[in-house]
Design a binder for this molecule. Sequence first.
Ligand SMILES: CCCCC/C=C/C(=O)SCCNC(=O)CCNC(=O)[C@H](O)C(C)(C)COP(=O)(O)OP(=O)(O)OC[C@H]1O[C@@H](n2cnc3c(N)ncnc32)[C@H](O)[C@@H]1OP(=O)(O)O
Length: 359
Amino acid sequence: MGASQKDFENAMNQVKLLKEDPGNEVKLKLYALYKQATEGPCNTPKPGVFDLINKAKWEAWNALGSLPKETARQNYVDLVSGLSSSSDSSSQAKPEADRKQAEYETVVMTSEDGITKIMLNRPAKKNALTEQMYQEIMLALEAASKDDSTITVLTGNGDYYSSGNDLTNFTNIPPEGVEAKAKNSAILLRNFVGSFIDFPKPLVAVVNGPAVGISVTVLGLFDLVYATDRATFHTPFSHLGQTPEGCSSYTFPKIMGPAKAAEMLIFGKKLTAGEAYAQGLVTEVFPDSTFQKEVWTRLKAYSKLPQNALRISKQIIRSQEKEKLHAVNAKESSILQERWLSSECMNAIMNFFSQKAKL
Ligand SMILES: CCCCC/C=C/C(=O)SCCNC(=O)CCNC(=O)[C@H](O)C(C)(C)COP(=O)(O)OP(=O)(O)OC[C@H]1O[C@@H](n2cnc3c(N)ncnc32)[C@H](O)[C@@H]1OP(=O)(O)O
């Protein structure tokens, strides 16, 4: 389900209360989404070449093509929500180093040799993603997108890359009830995946061990995926009464063809690293004994390449698909919002906790 008219109006009011000017690029994006949400596709003649401001506004609106009004409304609400939270956190005006340490409990963020590394840090729980962790990863990506590094890396601490969504997320029901929980989780999911879709610099997954669920699906949004030969790739959505997310319903068939994507996403086939490489999900597989050394040597060399050329090349490749990916993300999130309320899904989660059923 998308944002309501009320959510949209609240977001419009929030824009007026922003503590910091979001900059011209964001303002143009907001203008374009507002026009698309209220009037639909651009329907006015292009302003003359010397009318610079109105021409930029027209171009931003026109670039949204035939994006549905509902999607534009949701994207507007999401954009404002991101601006409000970053404006709140930046208003704390802490020095960068302090902020990094203070803000993250579940990830470790470090920058060295032109590479910012975001490491998932719940090794005892196989780096299962709690709600706090989703938020911290989004914050870390936001910080990495603005720092002076060339490349951003996501990796895991311990023997797992990540076991996907922490299933305790579904047991923590607020007083407003399960529907509210499902709605909030769908918003969280959508924002989380959106931050990978919009990430502006080369993004690399260093898959140090098995990967499950959402940690696999978002790999289609990375620019390089390096895996140890110990890694496996498992999307057991049907077993959990759930459906694909992370834009995998779109990226996986494109990457590996519909037949192989169906085997993973519908039937939950677990791939070895070699199989994931053969199917195009993984860029390269390394022996576990030399994995870290080989990967970091490679990344350090890449990080010395001209920064702007890397960033612009990534954006050329990815920008063609951005609106489509946001629409897919919205659809997957809203389908999951309903799935989470199904008895199939609730039984699967209870099963995990009562019997500690393993995938
Ligand atoms: C809000 C946005 C939602 C986005 C939608 C996302 C969907 C998904 O990601 S679906 C995938 C969800 N993941 C799973 O279903 C995995 C569940 N875990 C397992 O099947 C197993 O734990 C394992 C195969 C990942 C690992 O098995 P094993 O090597 O035997 O290790 P343990 O089971 O003993 O794990 C150690 C410890 O960690 C806890 N744990 C591991 N993964 C999860 C998890 N995903 N959620 C919650 N807890 C997890 C496990 O319960 C153990 O805890 P303790 O017993 O307390 O030590």
